[in-house]
Design a protein around this ligand. Structure first.
Ligand code: OKP
Ligand code: ZN
Length: 343
């Protein structure tokens, strides 16, 4: 299987994450990419290619234009305001406030465009987010052209990013951008299967009223886990999108037996939908030793997961999302891919 990779993904080097009331080094760190690409090389997964440059048009097909401009300029605006630390939001248009005004002051504007406060911005974030979506698009195009699977080593991840919101370490929604690109290039039915530990709130929201993208997500129950305010089982889509959104919230401590039987249900639904192309939002923060998650998957389980996905027989694009047990992220991610290859 081909891997799409770019060193530009490491241009995001934020110093801070607001975690448990402290500013700590971000869990979502550039070393994640090095460890995954080393493993891809070590197991000989296949050729490693650089992505093509797609520019911003495929991003504009999913995200709000002013949101993109905000992301591009936020660091400069923050510094110009005289703020010394990294850009972090501290106020949002929540209940009882208006959400129809976009503040001029960057201190307010960052809250308007943020869904959470843990994800500091930094110079290099925009470049890395661009590389990440180029990787997703290149992988998707390879799969569309050849029918062969591909792996996009995306970083930063994307599935929390909504039309006009960043957060949860995500800026551009790589999977959504790729899915929309597939539809714009002749596909009629795309499935996105999100197996990251966290609910893919951004992807769900982008396609919630549509029937051309089936979105399915297995994740920690939002009663207990980020993003807390979306991802419940009763969210099934709206309008013509009714029935095309499927959430599988699972309890803390979920092991592979439970997780895999849930995966099989999702796989059956993808087959019934007759998706022409499958995009897997591949997070490996379901791992038992992940520092911010609570499922109990073991490294060998990822091989079996890949095997089950292969049995669907649909052209498949894997896009990296989360995974914060940095030492094992290479093994766990590539185990899914080798399981899929049957090697
Ligand atoms: C991104 B992805 C620790 C709590 C973490 C944000 C989680 C973002 C996960 N500070 N809250 O889905 O892997
Ligand atoms: Zn996650």
């Amino acid at each position: 299987m081909l891997t799409f990779h770019s060193e530009d993904t490491k241009k995001r080097q934020a110093k801070t994450e607001l975690h448990a009331g402290e500013l700590v080094a971000p869990f979502e760190c550039p070393e994640r990419v090095d460890i995954v690409i080393d493993r891809v090389r070590k197991v000989g997964l296949g050729e490693i290619r650089s992505p093509d440059a797609y520019g911003l048009d495929p991003v504009l097909a999913v995200h709000d234009r002013r949101y993109i401009e905000f992301l591009e300029n936020a660091c400069d605006d923050w510094a110009a305001a005289g703020f010394k630390g990294e850009p972090i939001p501290s106020i949002w248009p929540t209940r009882r406030l208006r959400d129809d005004v976009i503040p001029a002051n960057i201190d307010g504007r960052i809250g308007y465009y943020a869904l959470a406060a843990e994800t500091s911005l930094c110079l290099g974030t925009f470049a890395a987010a661009q590389a990440s979506k180029d990787i997703a698009l290149s992988a998707l195009d390879h799969v569309m052209r050849t029918g062969e699977p591909a792996f996009g080593l995306c970083r930063p991840p994307g599935h929390h990013a909504a039309v006009d919101q960043f957060g949860g370490y995500c800026f551009f929604n790589n999977a959504a951008i790729a899915a929309q690109h597939a539809l714009n290039n002749g596909m009629k039915k795309v499935a996105i299967l999100d197996i990251d530990f966290h609910h893919g709130n951004g992807t769900q929201d982008i396609f919630y009223e549509r029937d051309d993208v089936l979105f399915l997500s297995l994740h920690g129950d939002p009663r207990d886990e980020f993003p807390y305010f979306l991802g419940f089982a009763d969210e099934t889509g709206r309008g013509k999108g009714e029935g095309f959104n499927v959430n599988y919230p699972l309890p803390s401590g979920t092991d592979y037996a439970t997780w895999a039987s849930t995966l099989d249900d999702a796989i059956q639904r993808i087959a019934a939908y007759q998706a022409e192309i499958l995009i897997v939002s591949l997070g490996v923060d379901t791992f038992e030793n992940d520092p911010i998650s609570s499922f109990k998957l073991k490294s060998e389980d990822y091989i079996d997961c890949g095997r089950r996905l292969k049995a669907l027989g649909i052209p498949t694009t894997f896009l990296l999302e989360g995974g914060y047990a940095v030492e094992e992220i290479g093994i766990n991610t590539v185990n899914v891919l080798t399981g899929f290859e049957g090697t």
